[in-house]
Design a protein. Structure first.
Lengths: 334, 334
């Protein structure tokens, strides 16, 4: 199996390579693809030296699977070209997510909908993925009516330059002289920005609309209502979500916990008496989604509160794409 | 007017003195009260030297108003003694908040309920106060049915030692050798703790139950339902809240904005196109509550999302107590 990783030199690309190695995802040949600017550079991965190639070079070598993490523009231009050359593309950008002809996959929940005809597969937004892992199995059992979600998102979601902004601001705050290059419109250190991605006419951000629309698409149920407030906070790695879920059907709390415990990809961390609950720091480099603070919402029937945390670069991006690739191979779709 | 500030040397006590000076709250005599350990120490305030006195000394001097910010134990023991000696006590601890014989006051919303008979007046919890300033006027107009709130709370809410923990952890993260004394059960730097105050049997924390119960009491309406998830994040000064509010009655968005704009103590910061929204950093040392991200929740009738920020040591504590004192004087109640 010939695998291409497009955008191999970015923050998510780096994690994709880590995840492939850690999970032992098998390939016979690996193509590391980046922009013309990076092409020709040497890159050591898993003890072997690779030369970074351009997208055109990679297409000519006809990979079986191409995992894209190079921004929407690159995906729009090159994903169809890789697909035409016979590759199944797993795209991590937002370019194809809401395209009705493309599937949006969280493997634990809807990988089984994939067929050989799916040549461009979309990876959902980071904040959507971890929520879906947790609420998907509950939707199946109790049918979700409405979700109110507020997020606590790490700066790694905005790429390397955002991490640099945070640490430069921390250095300045510690009295060092350091230039700060702003990715965000405001200081992020010791601050909170209720602003992720671009504002839309309806007052919601694109990030909020992604959570709303992608959830419906993945659960294949337009009746699932989501309202979201997405918020950037000064953490590095790990998104947290405070989620209030109203079901159509009544639930038993012990049963609900058991469903989550039995569901793939979830680890329950919910022992408040011992200060055990999901936190971004303990989600680092983990592929699972962590769920805790599970408690009945006493203000409304059939409603529960929970707290969901995952490493946004792993389950929220890299891991999910590699899991899709694993599924394609194991199901004989490539 | 003889004023006593009990707990003058703490983080909130310090802010109370700042706020008194800034707002020009008039007193003829000021007693700075602290524990026996601090008594006798000299303290310079507004260009004048004071000697810190014990609670017993202060009671003997019969102050007219005593603002308490010295923890629940001190309040339980000494507030009645100050009251017996003729003082009107404004208490910043949780000791008296839910006592049915004591009033819980957010001046903008319910100061008018105070009479000369109220000798111990409770100041609500920080996270409740800022929410009430914003939702109080909306409740009056549209009647609130249910609130879903998730908070983003600063470490200053846990006192000086918590601020020290955060900065010690930042120093360690920057490569310095520094001892870290933990106030929180986990690292707070670059982390998020969905845990404020003690967990109760129902899975909610005391902080969450405060938001739920204090809101009903201040609005004098047990039908107002609140469900809360309260969360500590690595910011220093300024609590943020993502609030979803369902009303009994339909609202017009322009009218709702006008109600907030006209309400006392509120500044609307809501110009997303220019990246204007409330943030903890811009709330520092401000007495107002900032409201933004106001938008209709499209998943449910009569429901709105908003983002509320205030300086938790100011409006969430010091400012609110001083405003109560100002009201007592202006209404001739002391």
């Amino acid at each position: 199996m010939k695998l291409a990783v497009v955008g191999a030199t970015g923050l998510v690309g780096e994690q994709i390579l880590n995840v492939i190695k850690e999970r032992g995802f098998h390939f016979d040949e690996l193509l590391l693809v980046a922009s013309a600017r990076s092409a020709g550079k040497k890159f050591t991965y898993d003890g072997k030296e690779y030369t970074v190639v351009t997208a055109e070079d990679a297409i000519a070598q006809k990979p079986d699977i191409a995992i894209f993490s190079a921004g929407g523009g690159t995906s729009l231009e090159y994903a169809p070209k890789f697909a035409e050359a016979g590759a199944t593309v797993i795209d991590n950008s937002s370019a194809w997510r809401m395209d009705p002809s493309k599937k949006l996959i969280v493997p634990e929940v809807n990988a089984k909908s994939l067929t050989k005809e799916d040549k461009i597969i979309a990876n959902p937004n980071c904040s959507t993925i971890q929520m879906i892992v947790a609420i998907g199995p509950l939707h199946e059992k109790y049918k979700i009516k409405r979700v109110v979600v507020s997020t606590y998102q790490s700066v790694t979601g905005s790429g390397k330059a955002a991490v640099d902004q945070l640490f430069a601001e921390r250095a300045v705050s510690a009295g060092q002289e350091q230039e700060v290059n702003k990715v965000y419109p405001h200081t992020i250190d010791l601050n909170v920005l209720p602003h992720i991605d671009v504002f839309q006419d309806n007052g919601y951000t694109k990030e909020e609309m992604k959570m709303i629309n992608e959830t419906k698409k993945i659960l294949e149920d337009d009746s699932v209502k989501v309202t979201a407030t997405t918020v950037r906070i000064p953490t590095v790695g790990g998104h947290s979500e405070s989620v209030n879920i109203e079901f159509e059907n009544e639930f038993d709390e012990a049963e609900l916990r058991q469903i989550l415990a039995d569901a793939p990809g979830i680890i329950i961390q919910d022992d408040p008496a011992n200060n055990v609950y999901p936190m971004p720091l303990t989600s680092h480099n983990r592929d699972e989604t962590f769920v805790g603070r599970i408690r009945r919402d006493e203000t409304q029937e059939k409603t529960v509160n929970m707290w969901i945390v995952a490493d946004n670069l792993r389950k929220g991006a890299a891991t999910n794409t590699v899991q899709i690739a694993e599924y394609l191979v194991s199901a004989g779709l490539v």
